[in-house]
Ligand binder design. Structure first.
Ligand code: IMP
Length: 438
């Protein structure tokens, strides 16, 4: 049973949506297993560009089931905007299922995210997407003040909202030093969310049972990651991370499908690195070069519009995330962005207080302190957006791909040279694994 998992191996925004969209035609089900409206997945289909936040990137294929699993946190108004936006452009959205176990983001979560601004104990700002993600996951773990999609469509919602609003009004007021917090109105929230519930009801499913049955029936499931493995709450650059397991270890927990059904995992990386929000970024190029990459790669957040920080490819970090995610093959995205650079650098090791490290440090203080040790490779002058096979790529681009593969310790199965589906080169290895060659 080919269960395929797609994981971003950096700090998110690795163009996973494009890859998932390309692979859906070889799968029966796409299951998104974490995160929420902090993610922004862009899928380009000919003239049409779709920006998705919750909905799996397989939604454009009508015969593929798209499942938002228990591990996701749902923001109803944003999800409904996505559904309406797709319908307005002729996508029927009949093939969407939402887990009744998924947690719901409420206005108090957004207020908490704003109030805390997620500053860490040492003062640096996490720079969250302000979508209430952290506070919602915190309530999920805390349990007493959580509401799941299953609760949203059942009797008793009004009482739950009244109780939680009263408690939240007290705690949130104490978080706003300047007294600027306007208490939340439980009745208004109930009226608004009861209306969302009615619109979402048709999609609500016990997705865990659905997926377990699908796995037992040998259906081909594509597990769609969000964010990137370096933002994993347990294994990433903590505390500058998101609030869920965004590396490969999260797929089973979020979906409820045991890891034994995931027979291959594809690690998606950009040909360089980006990060949005705070936190250490050893290979960051906060200079003209970083700006050039930002412009060529259009590196501005899909969800927040924030400019992304840009830098060289970090093979130490990616080797680590490839290992924790159990990667079988690498999808190397946005290689075209590096065209015209005279030379390219790859970080092959870190220097920490004079010691050469090839393992990614576990503590943020060390990640802040490391100095990247680079290997320099020659660049290529020509644009490569028209390349459709490896033979079309300049020798220096092939050497760059080969070196990344060696350093990460994994074959490169996909090379992407532009946003369109056609601008994708599947190497033999991936074609063999998922039969996805175009
Ligand atoms: P949160 O997930 O909104 O709490 O944000 C926590 C950190 O993760 C911030 O640095 C965000 O910028 C980052 N982040 C969250 N989601 C994404 C994403 O989809 N792409 C890139 N960065 C993300």
């Amino acid at each position: 049973m080919p269960g395929t998992c797609v994981i971003g191996l950096q700090w998110g925004d690795e163009a996973k949506g494009k890859l998932v969209d390309l692979l859906t035609k070889r799968h029966d089900v796409v299951a998104r297993f974490l995160g929420g409206a902090n993610a922004g997945h862009t899928v380009v289909d000919g003239e049409n560009t779709y920006k998705l936040h919750h909905i799996p990137s397989g939604i454009l294929s009508e015969d593929v089931a798209n499942v938002v699993t228990a591990g996701v946190v749902i923001n109803p108004p944003i999800l409904l905007q996505e559904i309406d936006g797709l319908k307005a452009r002729g996508v029927p959205v009949k093939n969407l299922m939402l887990s009744d176990r998924a947690h719901i983001i409420f206005p108090w979560h957004m207020a908490e995210d704003r109030a805390m601004n997620q500053s860490t104990a040492d003062g640096e700002n996490i720079g969250t997407t302000m979508r209430g993600i952290g506070p919602c996951y915190r309530d999920k773990v805390g349990r007493a003040h959580a509401i799941r999609l299953g609760d949203l469509i059942r009797p008793g919602l009004k009482e739950k909202i009244a109780l939680i609003t009263a408690a939240k009004n007290k705690t949130i007021a104490s978080m706003y030093d300047d007294g600027s917090f306007t208490p939340l109105d439980a009745d208004a929230i109930y009226t608004e969310y009861a209306a969302y519930a009615e619109r979402l009801r048709e999609y609500v499913t016990d997705s865990t049972s659905y997926l377990l049955d699908a796995a037992d029936e040998d259906k081909r499931i594509l597990f769609e990651g969000a964010q990137g493995a370096l933002l994993d709450v347990d294994h990433g650059t903590y505390p500058f991370v998101t609030s869920s397991n965004s590396s490969g270890v999260g797929a089973a927990a979020g979906s409820g499908v045991p890891a034994k059904f995931i027979t291959q995992t594809i690690g998606v990386v950009k040909a360089y690195s980006t990060r949005v929000g705070g936190g250490p970024f050893p290979t960051e190029q906060d200079n003209e070069l970083g700006e050039k990459i930002r412009i060529r790669g259009n590196e501005f957040g899909t969800t927040t519009g924030r400019p992304r920080r840009c830098g060289w490819f970090d093979a130490v970090a990616v080797r680590y995330t490839a290992r924790i995610s159990g990667i079988d093959t690498i999808a190397l995205m946005m290689l075209d962005v590096l065209s015209t650079l005279d030379e390219l650098k790859i970080c092959v090791a870190y220097d920490l207080n004079g010691e050469r490290l090839t393992n990614f440090p576990s503590h943020v203080d060390d990640i802040r302190k490391v100095k990247p040790i680079y290997e320099t490779l020659p660049g290529w002058a020509e644009e490569i957006t028209g390349a459709r096979s490896l033979e079309d790529l300049p020798a220096n681009a092939l050497a760059y791909i080969q070196r990344i593969s060696e350093l990460v310790g994994c074959e490169v199965g996909v090379v992407s040279v532009g946003p369109d589906r056609k601008q994708t080169i599947f190497t033999e290895q991936l074609a063999m694994l998922v039969g996805a060659a175009t």
